[in-house]
Write a protein that binds this ligand. Sequence first.
Ligand code: FE2
Length: 263
Amino acid sequence: MKNNNLIILFIADIIGKPGLDIATLYLPGVIKKYDADIVIANGENAWQGKGINEKIAAEYHSIGIDIITGGNHTWENYKIFAALKADENLLRPANYPRGLPGKGFLIHTVKNGAKIGVVNLQGRTFMQPIDCPFQSANFIIDKIREETSVIIVDFHAEATAEKQALAWYLDGKISALIGSHTHVPTADERILPGGTAYITDAGMTGPFDSVIGMKKEIAVRRFMTFTPHKYEMAEDNVKLQGVVVEVNPKDGKAESISRINLP
Ligand code: FE2
């Protein structure tokens, strides 16, 4: 069902070249199938599994990704600093310390003129002790709601509880809170009572014969020996995952959320 509703496509954390390759293969068909108005993708693992640069961000845009979100790994490729300045559709979590380049939210205008706010926040439980995502969300959402009530939040966080808590806190103020970072899709997609679509984690666009995208043999060695072994990206059993959310543009409330898992 579409009518005048907005269709938001969120592509789960894209891992390196295997992730980009499968997104290149499937994304045009997925965009067409759902008649998507906006495509948002988490790209913090774009460059060999950690970080992103300007060239890769341009490739993402060339296959139909409008907005790229980030996370803790965003900062691990120093070229991100130039990319964040050059690419106005590349986000990083809004609640990192002041003074860092880039931005954590924007308002995107789609073809029919509707405006969609996109916000990138990061959790603090089992992660860096950055600014409070709850307080940061208050400020940002108030600002965006001056222009539009359609707001999508990518909450990049480790802890399920923190993701659920932020979703309940923002229920009715945003259209969707989509979790990223764990690379494992959860089966809890739902519409909360206030009209906010929620999923704890959208999953991963990358190689599944792996430990969250990295070569499993190296991950096993790291866990068994507690000594550093450089992670390498895995390559096999690559899938595209994500969610599609349908939002009523009049009030910003979500009408449906469903998972995508290809092939
Ligand atoms: Fe992450």
